[in-house]
Design a protein around this ligand. Structure first.
Ligand code: ADP
Length: 352
């Protein structure tokens, strides 16, 4: 009899504290932290002011809002804005996501439930399948859906009306959105990473909601480690509160944030072990690069999509990583960040 080989269980993946994607714990706290009015949504002033006008105009005309596409990395407030828009318009919000709408029937079920003016929020809208997307076109353009009744020679196409509604789509990958879908949105907004000042306000607001005392220096130090992302700021705040309660006197101070960073292995710029591994890989194994994304993904045992969606955007935005036609390159700033000397031009030449 063949001897059975024991297959080792996969290593449990540690939770990444600076992950910009929502964990179950984040979703529980979203109910506490999520602002419900535009005036409480911190930062993104240009978009906020424009949205205020669109809401006001739609209300005056007694019409649904125009369809809105929200783009940008995870954790920057796309879902929050959809909630706020529904609240400001005084309508119901129906939340779903691209992968959940598996077939046409699911979409038709959602559309026929909508009341006049309701908002249908489709997260990860770039992941809708083709048939579902094509069913959506007449719904968003003319508020009707085409359904087939009967089979074979007796099949008949019926056009059903849906009540005028607003589609709010969210995507982290505008590049993956089809042109026809993109063009059907009247408004398209790109959310940017938040500056430290705005994140400081978000931390202070959330600390208040949690009933924890947070000094301004503590809030600023948390903001600096939050990768420009409110979701990360709120998560770090919860961890800092734990350290403050157990290892301090309950107040979140600069020192408590420093301690939280050390214990969670997050440096003052918000980089964690995974970010440093990526940069170190480029520097130490590829002389700073260029290295192809597939090569990096294989070396770090991470899917390419995760690298592109979750890790890279912040490193690129911080100027620690550069994308070139030949692959990813570690910048001078990356060498300095890791305490390594940047090879001068002559040395770089001698390496090739
Ligand atoms: P996304 O949908 O873009 O992934 P979310 O809307 O779920 O992001 O936001 C993540 C968390 O960050 C939520 O708890 C939300 O309350 C908070 N948040 C996001 N943007 C802001 C903001 N501008 N002001 C205050 N809190 C924010």
């Amino acid at each position: 009899m063949a001897k059975k080989t024991a297959i080792p269980a996969p290593e449990p993946q540690a939770e990444r504290v600076v992950d910009t994607q929502a964990s179950n714990d984040d979703e529980r706290y979203d109910r506490v932290f999520r602002p419900s009015r535009l005036e409480d949504f911190v930062g993104q002033h240009k978009h906020k002011n424009n949205l205020r006008v669109y809401v006001e105009a739609a209300k005056r005309r007694n019409e649904p809002l125009d369809h809105i596409l929200l783009c940008g990395p995870p954790g920057l407030g796309k879902t929050t804005l959809a909630h706020i828009l529904a609240n400001e318009m005084g309508v119901h919000l129906h939340v779903t996501s691209g992968p959940v709408i598996e077939h046409k029937g699911v979409l038709i079920g959602l559309l026929t439930k909508l009341e006049r003016g309701d908002i249908l929020f489709i997260d990860e809208i770039h992941r809708l399948n083709v048939t579902v997307e094509e069913t959506l076109y007449p719904a968003i353009e003319d508020f009707r859906i085409d359904v087939m009744m009967g089979d074979g020679a007796y099949a008949e196409s019926l056009s059903l009306d849906v009540r005028p509604f607003t589609l709010v789509g969210a995507t982290t990958r505008t590049g993956l959105l089809t042109k026809p879908l993109q063009e059907r949105f009247g408004v398209s907004l790109r959310l940017d990473y938040y500056p430290v000042e705005d994140l400081t306000l978000i931390v202070q607001r959330s600390a208040k909601l949690l009933g924890v005392s947070c000094e301004i220096e503590g809030a600023r130090a948390l903001a600096a480690r939050s990768r420009g992302t409110p979701r990360v700021a709120n998560r770090l705040l919860r961890r800092a509160r734990d350290f403050a309660e157990v290892e301090g006197d309950g107040r979140i101070t600069d020192e408590i944030v420093e301690l939280t960073g050390q214990r969670l292995d997050i440096d003052p710029e918000g980089l964690d072990d995974m970010d440093r591994r990526l940069l170190r890989l480029l520097i130490e194994s590829y002389d700073g690069g260029p290295a192809g994304i597939e090569t990096i993904a294989a070396a770090l045992s991470e899917p390419r999509d995760t690298l592109e969606d979750v890790y890279e955007p912040y490193l690129l935005q911080q100027g620690l990583l550069a994308r070139t036609p030949r692959g990813r390159v570690a910048t001078r700033k990356a060498y300095e960040h890791l305490g390594q000397s940047f090879p001068d031009a002559a040395r770089q030449k001698s390496l090739f």
